[in-house]
Design a protein around this ligand. Sequence first.
Ligand SMILES: CC(=O)N[C@H]1[C@@H](OP(=O)(O)OP(=O)(O)OC[C@H]2O[C@@H](n3ccc(=O)[nH]c3=O)[C@H](O)[C@@H]2O)O[C@H](CO)[C@@H](O)[C@@H]1O
Ligand SMILES: C=C(OP(=O)(O)O)C(=O)O
Length: 428
Amino acid sequence: MEKLKIAGGYPLKGTVRISGAKNSAVALIPATILADSPVTIEGLPEISDVELLKGLLEELGGAVQFSNGEMTVDPSSMISMPLPNGKVKKLRASYYLMGAMLGRFKKAVIGLPGGCHLGPRPIDQHIKGFEALGAKVTNEQGAIYLRADELVGARIYLDVVSVGATINIMLAAVRAKGKTIIENAAKEPEIIDVATLLTNMGAKIKGAGTDVIRIEGVDELHGCKHTIIPDRIEAGTFLILGAAIGEGILIDNVIPQHMESLIAKLREMGVPIEAQDDQIFVGKSAALKAVDIKTLVYPGFPTDLQQPFTSLLTKSDGTSVVTDTIYSARFKHIDELRRMNANIKVEGRSAIISGPVQLQGAKVKASDLRAGAALVIAGLMAEGITEVTGVEHIDRGYSHLVEKLEGLGATIWREALTQEEMEQLKQA
Ligand SMILES: CC(=O)N[C@H]1[C@@H](OP(=O)(O)OP(=O)(O)OC[C@H]2O[C@@H](n3ccc(=O)[nH]c3=O)[C@H](O)[C@@H]2O)O[C@H](CO)[C@@H](O)[C@@H]1O
Ligand SMILES: C=C(OP(=O)(O)O)C(=O)O
């Protein structure tokens, strides 16, 4: 196991290229199960969630090649192997194996998913959707058993706007008989990306990216080639970093329209930002104004950027309130930021940040992926050395983070944990 060490307090500048979107990648890869011939996806991020999914497709009997961000999956020899344990528990998106395997094999056994601990993360809406399509779904000792004689299209109203449920129902419904309508669907760009891949495979989908998605089931889906969209959360992380300690950072390979809520908030704080085509330039900020943010479903402010944004707000002048309406417990980074001298209180679903303060280097622990990103940003803003443990969370979602930061002039490196540190982490 490793930790990150950061010598903070130095400005960053230069160009950083954004990788393919984690939250698309983790759905596109399971979607390949639905085809009858090889599917190639270009531009995938090199992250552990992608490696885990590659391993899971291989456990199903798929032939998978992955190099330089390009993955080719030949799903023709796959079988509906039960996957109750192991890798499925290590990532959230293993839930997409349910929709994809149900679509292709009409049966699946998949362990309940893992992923970041952010408070309760039920999958009742996914199950409601599968049942509406005709599947019998049971939970036996922590694994979900799905079986259908046939899948038949249905009208499904989601009680909660859910990215995962929207995509998962789409994956099963493309192979159902007749028409499915998903109402109150999520509208994230990753949903459009998955719908684009499925359409290129021969599926009939209309309305992805709006709150009503219409799907006409087909009998077979074929192979194709697809290029993934850029990761708006990774891009947002670098944008926030640029606002915090940048002296001119160009973020390359982005879709600025996917990031409007973040760009608007940063401009409100006084951060100079220019967006054009597939690049965003963030200039050196003078004094930063305090702002309030409330996380919402897309196109609102993304919950996945709430934690990195909190680090930035420690530097702004005044009191800022960050409210997470999506997850009740996405505040595990706050105690760690306090160790670094931040002045933050948590009240219910809100964090109240008083600034400006100069962060100080400290030993901190990333409890989840974006807490990790928040602590790396804080470490780069802080005076002195910061050590971040829990790097395995960061590796789930940031492709070559250390190398990208080094490219901007940061002093950051990985070090193996000492025996004593490993013992301390086990006891914590
Ligand atoms: C792999 C992936 O794409 N992960 C993203 C996905 O997670 P995920 O797909 O898990 O998030 P959802 O959009 O499903 O969850 C949104 C909210 O709905 C609730 N809910 C969800 C499903 C359900 O069946 N019942 C229910 O109550 C959740 O507890 C949460 O409060 O979207 C989240 C919200 O943008 C992001 O933070 C995650 O990065
Ligand atoms: C919460 C996240 O991921 P996951 O849903 O995969 O746990 C995230 O990407 O911030």
